[in-house]
Design a protein around this ligand. Structure first.
Ligand code: HGY
Ligand code: MN
Ligand code: MN
Ligand code: MN
Length: 407
């Protein structure tokens, strides 16, 4: 059975994993940063080395295109993921799908196989959304869910403008996003959760993805002396923020979703001053759209209660609102068949994480292949997938690509 070059795959995963490390060894490649540029340059080199046509679109999505005289008029099969990371990240999230995609195409070419349709591997801009909101921005623009000029004008958490940073780092392309209409899209990705590791399952055939709502919350209280102000007279923004966190946990325990309060900033952030201000983000997710919306509504109601009970003012800013996504059942079955043909255990999965695939699903039949994350750890330098599991996933990916591209 044709297989990918597992040694080359893992060497490249680790080579890219070295990029963006600071003095303490913390790996961070935020979208359109210098560290990410270094990663992009490395991936662009692998795309060229595989003799693919490198195309960068206006939002910085990078593509390696493999087409022949015979198949170039056919709609392409698209594969890919992202290489930007969160802060202090692991080395597999996104990167496995991009490097695995290049590896699959290179393996097919080197084996002299010709496919009935072109195969394109993409590395989408700003999947993580840490520096610029929303997340999955590059694939969202590609799928027509956000205007490219609006995306390029996005101001980051550091006050920079995305378009200017892409230009500065040499990755603002000229091609209009969406320039290729894919026949289908498949993404290889780590699970980033514990299920496959706990159940010792090697392949995840991902059939759906939970909805994701992000908002930024600003609580306005009143600074006062931490020693002299009686509890009843306090308008403590920090306490109110803490209450939101506890409320959310109780809410999602009932609805079966997940919630995270993050990036909390207190003002004036002094040990002996009651916080006058608290700014934080809420990440709310649920595979069930009705429950997700009900949780959001309950949270808004709780904000009104808190304004009365804690004498604070609360305002919110919507950052992201993505519905749950159903993937293509036909491709999911192809993934299951490919896993079975290689004697690999396989189970259907829901993606708890946002993915570029959820955006491509807006424009073509889409599904994902998961491989196990040991301990379910991700968005953390301890993120780990066994080499043999990454290679097994890439081989199933190879078989699925051959099936869908007609090779
Ligand atoms: O937040 C997410 O799930 C995605 O990785 N950006
Ligand atoms: Mn990812
Ligand atoms: Mn991620
Ligand atoms: Mn993701």
């Amino acid at each position: 059975m044709l297989s990918i070059n597992g040694t080359r795959l893992m060497e490249r995963i680790h080579a890219l994993g070295e990029i963006g490390k600071d003095a303490e060894g913390r790996r961070t490649r935020l979208a359109a940063s210098d560290a990410e540029k270094e990663g992009r340059d490395l991936v662009a080199g692998w795309i060229r080395e595989a003799d693919l046509e490198l195309v960068v679109d206006r939002i910085g999505n990078m593509f390696g295109i493999w087409q022949t005289e015979e198949n170039r008029l056919e709609k392409p099969l698209m594969i890919g993921s992202h290489i930007d990371t969160v802060i202090n990240a692991g080395q597999y999230d996104g990167c496995l799908g991009v490097i695995g995609g290049i590896e699959v195409i290179k393996t097919l070419r080197d084996a002299g196989i010709r496919t009935a349709r072109p195969v394109v591997v993409g590395a989408f801009t700003n999947e993580e959304g840490v520096r610029y909101s929303p997340d999955m921005m590059g694939s969202l623009v590609y799928a027509g869910g956000m205007a490219v000029d609006e995306a390029l004008a996005t101001v980051g958490t550091d006050g920079t403008v995305l378009g200017e940073e892409l230009k500065r780092t040499g990755y603002e392309g000229t091609v209009q996003p969406g320039f290729l209409q894919p026949e289908a899209f498949v993404e290889l990705h780590i699970e980033q959760g514990p299920i496959m590791d706990v159940e010792n399952v090697k392949i995840g055939a991902v059939e759906n993805l939970q909805g994701i709502h992000w908002q930024r919350v600003t609580i306005q209280g009143a600074a006062n002396h931490a020693g002299t102000t009686p509890t009843a007279l306090r308008a403590d923004a920090g306490l109110a923020a803490a209450k939101v966190n506890v409320f959310l946990r109780q809410l999602v325990e009932k609805s079966g979703g997940v919630a995270t309060v993050g990036t909390i900033r207190l003002e004036p952030n002094a040990i002996n001053v009651i916080p006058s201000g608290a700014v934080f983000t809420v990440d709310l997710r649920n595979p069930d759209k009705a429950k997700l919306e009900a949780d959001e509504k309950a949270l808004a109601g709780y904000f009104n209660e808190l304004e009365q009970s804690d004498h604070v003012k609360i305002s919110t800013e919507r950052l992201t609102e993505f519905d749950p996504v159903l993937f293509d059942q036909g491709i999911v079955r192809t993934i299951e068949q490919a896993a079975a043909a290689r004697g690999l255990s396989c189970r259907r999965m829901t993606s708890g994480a946002g993915q570029d695939a959820q955006m491509l699903a807006r424009i073509c039949p889409t599904a994902m292949i998961f491989v196990p994350s040991i301990g379910g750890i991700s968005h953390n330098p301890r993120e780990y997938t066994r080499d043999e599991d990454a290679v097994a996933g890439a081989n199933v990916f190879l078989d699925v690509v051959r099936e869908l591209a007609g090779g």
